[in-house]
Design a protein around this ligand. Structure first.
Ligand code: C2E
Ligand code: CA
Ligand code: CA
Length: 753
């Protein structure tokens, strides 16, 4: 069996193997088939894919082209916008939802004070804190309206300063993203202007002062409430009217002319004006007018602002009265006196004039007070004040300083002597008794006089001088006047460096000549003129020759000055003769210094031949003192002059110490009696006698006599009675400038007689 079984088994096995083998074959074939099938399938799919891809590739290429074009366009427009941003005057920012700044422009840097690099990436809230409300993703419209509802929104500069802004907010889409964009304007100026306007309107309406506005055609275009209150006119009543409806007619045309001129010239005018209310009441206002100009400086309007000053004026007047006047006498008080003195000095300086200050102190006033009582003393002071005022001109000022002390300021006087005229008047005015307590009381005063600029040029200086001179007058026995002593003058003038000034005067032609007529007393014929030197200092004004000649003599300058005087006088005199005017003798003052010059004769000869003036028309005036100095030389010089045909005269005769007999030795023609004798000839018997003697003795010596300083008819009458030959003085004629002298000479021409 085993074998069989085995064989069976074996055959079974073999069959099975066979079976398996065939099956494998079949599978393999299947696989091959399958593989083939599979291959076929894959091929087709791939082809399909490739087609798709190809298609896609074509499409892609197209898209790329389009994209490229787009990119170029985009780049160009970005450039355009960034250039606009760069040049925009307004500040522009874009920022993200979170507030981070992404774009900015130079205007932003300028406005906020940061560099561009500092701004980029910064939160917009730092610049405009109000914007922090924007950041949360809230409704845009709502946010904008919220912000617009804010009264003022402020921006903050880098340095911390805040400024008002105005802005426009937007949400543009950029690169597919929504952004914030803000355009900002600084409105500081506009706010200021608005503020100003609001303020103006408030001031205009709220002002207590009346305000009225006119156009350039002088028509009222607006007025405020105070205007109505003050004038009584409603605004509607004055609109389009001329402001002249307010005129009081208290001011002349010139007032308005001056006002207009000043307004046009300076753009403003202010001052007191009398105006009229609607009810015709006239009242004073303080008016200020301004012109309003546009940016081209063209006047567009005038604004008048005024207030009623009735009350102020009333109290002002009262105060002024109190502050400036002496309650008892009504004269100016010390305050006003000082003010006036300052003013007078200024004026005299400007007009180059002289002025005098007088100090008066009543003599023995205390006695009146003690014996008759204060009441009587007061009455006396009032009376004296009254009389003093009558002795001066309207322009002069009398004031009472204290007690029985008075002062007088004489402005613009011709010569220092003018003050003595006033002083004499005062002596006369006070000579009449005053009725006090039923009896006649006699009062007199001692006066001190000082002259500007000769004695001093400051207030203090003049006051001190006048006071000193007044005490001098007291010492001299009261009831008289004294000029401030010359020694003091000397000092003042030294201060002024006289010599330098004089030298300049000659160079700068500050000298001129005056001519004082001389008359034959009997025939009243004008026979000559005395040549008098004048000096107008550029600052100090007129300075008297009595002051500066002594200085010129000290410094030798008198030689040059004297020569100038002589040449000018001779030249002018010939000129008058050439004009056909009456030939005149000219008397020229000769200083002692000139007489001592060795070449005096040569100089005079030369001047005469140069000017062609015949010697007989020239007279030289010498003073006594000069003659007595070095008598022999003088005599020989005078002889030579005499031989040339020149006339010689002795000036200020009587003041020196020469004996008359001595005079015989000098070849002179005329004696000039000094002013001091003439002044008192009517009142002083000594002076009268001296004048008589001089005249008589001069006639004995066959000399002519001329009296100088004749001021009154009485003096002239006495001189005529004493047979004085010639006269010179204010009574007959003051020193005249050339123009006036020629006029006088023209009137004297025979055909005009
Ligand atoms: P003087 O030679 O005695 O001259 C007369 C002075 O008396 C002049 O003053 C004249 O203006 C003034 N006078 C004339 N009439 C009257 C009058 O009726 N009343 C009063 N109170 N005065 C009268 P002035 O011009 O101030 O001259 C003063 C002095 O200066 C002269 O006195 C003379 O000594 C000197 N002087 C003037 N000119 C010259 C000049 O050219 N050369 C020189 N060396 N001295 C001159
Ligand atoms: Ca003289
Ligand atoms: Ca004289």
């Amino acid at each position: 069996m085993k074998k069989q079984e085995l064989e069976q088994l074996l055959s079974e096995k073999a069959r099975l193997i066979e079976e398996l083998e065939s099956e494998l074959e079949a599978t393999n074939q299947g696989i091959i088939l399958l593989t083939m099938e599979l291959e076929e399938l894959e091929h087709e799919k791939l082809r399909e894919h490739i087609d798709v891809i190809k298609q896609l590739q074509i499409e892609l290429a197209d898209t790329n082209k389009g994209l490229l074009a787009l990119a170029v366009e985009l780049e160009q427009s970005e450039e355009k916008y960034s250039s606009i941003l760069k040049h925009a005057a307004e500040t522009v920012f874009t920022f993200t939802q979170e507030g981070i700044i992404e774009t900015t422009n130079p205007a932003a840097s300028r406005l906020f004070g940061y560099d561009e690099s500092e701004l980029l990436g910064k939160n917009i809230d730092v610049l405009i804190p109000k914007f922090n409300q924007i950041a949360p993703p809230v409704d845009f419209e709502e946010k904008v309206s919220q912000l617009n509802g804010e009264p003022v929104i402020y921006g903050f500069k880098k340095d911390g300063t805040a400024f008002p802004i105005e802005f426009t907010l937007g949400r543009p889409v950029y690169r597919n993203q929504r952004q914030w964009l803000v355009i900002i304007r600084d409105i500081t100026e506009r706010k200021k202007a608005e503020e100003g306007l609001r303020l103006m309107a408030k001031i205009f309406e709220g002002s207590k002062d009346a305000i009225v506005i006119t156009n350039t055609r002088s028509r009222i275009i607006d007025a405020n409430e105070a205007f109505t209150t003050l004038t009584g006119y409603e605004k509607s009543e004055v609109l389009h009217q001329h402001p002249a409806i307010l005129n009081s007619h208290r001011h002349g045309d010139n007032f308005y002319y001056v006002l207009r001129r000043e307004l046009l010239k300076t753009g403003a005018w202010s001052g007191e004006v009398w105006t009229r209310r609607k009810n015709n009441e006239i009242y004073p206002i303080w008016l200020s007018i301004y012109s309003v100009k546009d940016e081209n400086n063209v006047t567009t309007h005038f604004v008048g602002i005024f207030s009623d000053i009735t009350a102020r004026k009333a109290s002002e007047n009262q105060l002024k009265q109190l502050a400036h006047y002496d309650a008892l006498t009504g004269l100016a008080n010390r305050t006003q006196f000082i003010e006036r003195l300052k003013w007078t000095i200024e004026l005299a300086k400007r007009n180059k004039e002289q002025a005098a200050l007088m100090f008066l102190d009543l003599d023995r006033f205390k006695l009146v007070n003690d014996t008759l009582g204060h009441q009587a003393g007061d009455e006396l002071l009032v009376e004296v004040a009254q009389r003093l005022k009558q002795c001066v001109r309207e322009v002069d000022m009398v004031s009472r300083l204290a007690g029985d002390e008075f002062t007088i300021i004489l402005s613009s006087i011709q010569t220092p002597d003018d003050a003595s005229v006033v002083a004499k008047k005062i002596i006369q005015a006070l000579a009449l008794p005053v009725q006090l307590e039923g009896r006649d009381v006699f009062i007199s005063t001692s006066m001190g006089i000082t002259v500007f600029p000769m004695d001093g040029i400051t207030v203090n200086h003049l006051i001190k001088n006048a006071d000193t001179a007044m005490y001098h007058a007291k010492e001299r026995g009261r009831n008289n006047y004294q000029y401030f002593a010359n020694t003091m003058n000397q000092k003042v003038l030294d201060e002024l460096e006289m010599e330098t000034n004089l030298r300049q005067a000659l160079q700068h032609e500050e000298f001129s000549l005056c001519y004082q007529p001389q008359f034959n007393l009997k025939t009243k014929e004008m026979i000559g003129v005395e040549v008098l030197l004048r000096w107008k200092h550029p600052v100090l004004g007129a300075i008297s020759p009595a002051v500066f000649i002594p200085h010129a003599e000290k410094s030798d300058l008198i030689i040059a000055i004297g020569e100038w005087v002589l040449r000018t006088a001779c030249t002018r005199s010939m000129a008058w003769q050439a004009q056909g005017l009456k030939p005149l003798r000219i008397s020229v003052n000769l200083s002692g210094m000139q007489l001592k010059q060795n070449d005096l004769i040569d100089k005079i000869t030369f001047i005469l031949s140069e000017t062609r003036l015949p010697a007989e028309f020239l007279e030289l005036e010498l003073t006594e003192g000069v003659l007595m100095d070095n008598v022999d030389t003088t005599i020989s010089t005078l002889r030579e002059l005499k031989e040339m045909g020149i006339r010689l005269s002795i000036d200020d005769f009587g003041t020196g110490y020469s004996s008359l007999s001595y005079l015989k030795r000098f070849p002179i023609d005329t004696l000039k009696i000094d002013q001091s004798f003439i002044r008192e000839i009517t009142t002083d018997s000594d002076d009268n006698a001296i004048a008589s003697t001089i005249i008589a003795m001069a006639h004995n010596l066959r000399l002519k006599v001329i009296a100088e300083g004749v001021e009154t008819l009485e003096q002239a009458a006495i001189l005529e009675e004493k047979k004085c030959d010639e006269v010179q003085g204010y009574l007959f004629g003051r020193p005249l400038v050339e123009h006036d002298l020629c006029k006088l000479l023209t009137e004297l021409k025979p055909q005009n007689l």
